[in-house]
Design a protein around this ligand. Structure first.
Ligand code: UTP
Length: 289
């Protein structure tokens, strides 16, 4: 029987060096797109897919993220006194039920695979989603929901994939593909950051996954891969052949908000989706550019 997908792991322990100096004293995941921090987009997307339990993998300097999901009594009292009902509602909507979020500290940033392994007690024997908050997906159906549907359909691991330019394969986890119906792709192999000449395809994994818990036993070997880091891609590759493993060409557009250009593009795209500001932003862009 396919177990229901109720858990998500959100790794936020990276150093965010591409965003220095902004990330010197502030977590990258708290950077706002329009008016909402990246981490909140990720949590909302997961909740829309039926996820109820969250594990944040944190590191030094990330306490603001934990604060963000706590109740802010004094702020709420002040807002109430000033009759700021809309703002109060906004805070409440972002609130998680008590006990829905736990945090685990990754003491050293040894790579994404190591960060995920830190959640092994939380994951237990259950399937789980992974959302990298710096990847933001603008779509009709939330990306994690699309993955969850594919997980229920296949019963195995599903990763969100997109085509990248051939000369950029050395930045991503790349698929070696089998059967392909144009949407769901059978994964025959996975390689982390291959050189363009060695890349088996140009289909790349983005920061959305639904994995079976068996991946933890391979992560636990703590083998170092590309860049000397414990790579999630390497552990996932070991699952191929044991459980169904697919890539999903999700509907939507991904913005890499860990990168300056991607972050700026996301600001514009998300602002243009907001009815109260779209016209003004559009007019500004037209005149300014
Ligand atoms: P990135 O590759 O974006 O690394 O990590 P980073 O450190 O956050 O940013 P740069 O490259 O220095 O600018 C992808 C995801 O994996 C998490 C990050 O928080 C991010 O969500 N991560 C990475 C960890 O949690 N731990 C690690 O050891 C490495």
């Amino acid at each position: 029987m396919t177990k229901p997908l109720r858990k998500a792991v959100l790794p936020v322990a990276g150093l965010g060096t591409r965003f220095l100096p902004a990330t010197k004293a502030m977590a990258k995941e708290m950077l706002p797109v329009v008016d909402k921090p990246l981490i909140q987009y990720a949590v909302e997307e997961a909740r829309a897919a039926g996820i109820q339990q969250f594990c944040l993998i944190t590191g030094r300097g990330k306490t603001a993220i934990v604060e963000h999901f706590d109740i802010a009594y004094e702020l709420e009292a002040t807002l109430r006194m000033r009759h700021k009902e809309a703002e109060l509602r906004m805070l409440r909507e972002a609130q998680l039920p008590p006990g829905a979020m736990v945090t685990v500290r990754q003491q050293e940033p040894m790579g994404l695979g190591h960060a995920i392994w830190c959640a092994r007690a939380f994951v237990g024997d259950d399937p789980f989603a992974i959302l990298l908050p710096d990847d933001l997906v603008l779509s009709e159906t939330p990306c994690t929901q699309q993955l969850a549907e594919a997980y229920y359909q296949t019963g195995g691991c599903v990763v969100a994939v997109t085509e990248v330019p051939r000369d950029q394969t050395n930045r991503y986890g790349i698929l070696d593909i089998g059967a392909d119906d144009g949407r769901l792709v059978e994964v025959k192999g996975l390689v982390e950051k291959p050189k363009p000449e060695d890349a088996p395809s140009n289909l790349s994994i983005i920061g959305r996954y639904v994995l079976r818990p068996e991946v933890m036993q391979y992560l636990g070997m703590l083998e170092r891969g590309a860049g000397g880091e414990v790579q999630l891609t390497d552990a996932m590759a070991k699952l191929i052949g044991q459980v169904p493993f697919h890539g999903l060409r999700y509907e939507g557009r991904r913005f890499d908000c860990g990168d300056k250009i991607g972050f700026l593009e996301a600001q514009i795209a998300f602002a243009l989706k907001r009815p109260e500001m779209a016209a003004q932003v559009h007019a500004f862009l037209k005149n300014y550019v």
